[in-house]
Design a binder for this molecule. Structure first.
Ligand code: ADP
Length: 468
């Protein structure tokens, strides 16, 4: 049994489905056929018994009336009456109280098959004589104050014959139905598994040919076509993210190559002339240090970006009480940039946002650092915090060099820096805004940036709020 179960488990799904469907049909059909056969058999037997009952009461009435009519048991009329009432394969016999035969009428029935048996009550007996199946009905009778027994027997040969034929018809019908259910089960399973097979084939092709393979879409709206649709969507996403990753690696290696090349150039310069020329030595060392700092910044930025891009926020999302948080941050900023004036206005007292404090700090740092870096000598920065329709807005406004309108759509791209020649003087990696964009997406927040060249830039962060 265990081996059979193991063997069944290892079968392909199509065979499992076919066997299950066939078995189900088999059980249903067998139960139905068996029930039908039994009902028919017992119904027909009942019919036979009813016929015998009717016959018995007719014979009883007739025989009991004989003395009244003055006829004898052996008269030609009695014989004719009994012969007339008898059907094929039947017998009527009258016994006296000691079981001696008084009268006999048969129609293709051998009376020796049945032993005479007087009876004082109505009784029905079902006996087998060789191949024959006989039903005997015995009932008492009183003729001329003498008690006796009437025996009516019928050979159920026709009934049995009919039963056997019925059984065969049902068995053949059953076998045909099982074959048909096996074939249709196989066809249904094949049809049902077609999309799954196509899916498996596509996955195989993806393995061999790459991410551009898709499942042929079947538009019938069932779960399997939904699965195919979902698979295609997943493949689209994977392809996009794969391309993005590739782009990211290309961009990152390109960005990393520039400071390394400059660093190498300065080291060559030092190697050739710098050892004896203190001016070249000093200049090259400073330049090399600057490029090393830039490299460090780039690597740090790449690391933060990769963390921000990962969809899982590993840290817990404790709600932050915004007023307290911003007051602490202002203190820090004033310490880091003492030459700058930060004007802060908080209107959303007693509000909380669900964001990790380190992430909010990182976001603030990116925008404040940009406001400082691109301040163009204007040392005022305005921070405004307000709430509207369950959304907390946090704006950082500077009055610096601003961004040309045509450049604004690109500033959130990775490594994008407005006017590279100008940006070279200001240290940066072009990763800050990309990191901020990725971070804020995890908290259902948004960033809006407006800027006017030579007037300043305003960045507005928005997050859903929660009551205290
Ligand atoms: P970076 O490290 O270069 O500052 P960011 O991604 O933070 O990188 O910014 C991308 C570019 O957008 C910057 O190089 C700069 O040109 C421009 N930018 C960002 N913030 C400001 C701002 N407050 N004022 C002017 N330009 C800005």
């Amino acid at each position: 049994m265990k081996q059979i179960i193991e063997w069944l488990k290892r079968l392909p799904v199509i065979w499992k489905l076919m066997i299950s469907v066939t078995l189900l049909f088999l059980i249903l059909f067998a139960t139905y056929n068996f029930a039908q056969y039994m009902v028919l058999k017992y119904w027909m037997l009942n019919q036979e018994q009813d016929t015998l009952h009717v016959m018995m009461s007719q014979v009883q009435d007739y025989l009991e009336d004989l003395p009244v009519k003055g006829e004898s048991l052996q008269s030609a009329e009695t014989n004719a009456y009994l012969k007339n009432i008898l059907a094929d394969n039947q017998m009527i016999r009258l016994l006296d109280k000691d079981g001696r035969e008084q009268m006999l009428a048969t129609n293709e029935f051998n009376p020796l098959w049945i032993k005479p048996l007087p009876s004082t009550i109505d009784s029905l007996e079902d006996v087998r004589y060789g191949e024959d199946h006989i039903l005997i009905y015995r009932a008492p009778v009183v003729i001329n104050k003498e008690t006796g027994t009437i025996e009516i027997a019928t050979n159920l040969e026709t009934f049995d014959h009919f039963n056997t034929t019925l059984l065969w018809v049902m068995v053949i019908g059953f076998l045909l139905a099982v074959c048909m259910s096996a074939i249709s089960g196989w066809a249904i399973a094949r049809q049902f598994l077609r999309p799954v097979k196509m899916l498996a084939l596509t996955i195989q092709n993806v393995k061999q040919n790459g991410l551009q393979e898709r499942v042929e879409h079947i538009e019938n709206g069932d779960e399997l076509s939904q699965l195919a649709g979902l698979f295609n969507e997943l493949m689209d996403q994977l392809e996009v993210s794969f391309r993005q990753q590739k782009q990211f690696v290309d961009d990152a290696s390109h960005e990393l190559r520039t400071p390394i090349t400059i660093l190498e150039g300065h080291l060559h310069l030092l190697d050739r002339w710098g050892k004896n020329d203190p001016i070249i030595l000093e200049e090259s060392l400073q330049a090399a240090l600057q490029e090393a700092r830039r490299l460090k910044g780039l690597i740090q930025g790449l690391l933060s970006l990769s963390q921000a891009e990962s969809s899982v926020i590993a840290h817990s999302m404790e709600p932050i009480e915004i007023e307290l948080f911003m007051t602490q941050q202002l203190q820090r900023m004033e310490n880091v940039y003492p030459q700058f004036t930060f004007r802060m206005n908080i209107e959303s007292k007693g509000r909380r946002v669900r964001i990790h404090p380190l992430h909010l700090e990182q976001l603030l740092f990116i925008f404040i650092e940009n406001a400082v870096k691109y301040s163009g000598g204007h040392h005022e920065i305005d921070i405004h915090c307000y709430e509207e329709k369950s959304t907390l807005y946090l704006s950082i406004q500077d009055y610096g060099i601003g961004i040309p309108a045509s450049e604004i759509p690109h500033v959130f791209d990775r490594f994008y820096r407005v006017d590279r020649a100008r940006s070279r003087e200001i240290e940066g990696t072009g990763l800050g805004l990309a990191i901020a964009q990725n971070l804020i997406q995890h908290y259902d927040g948004e960033i809006a940036l407006t800027s006017v060249e030579d007037e300043g830039t305003c960045v507005v962060l928005s997050f859903p709020t929660m009551p205290l």
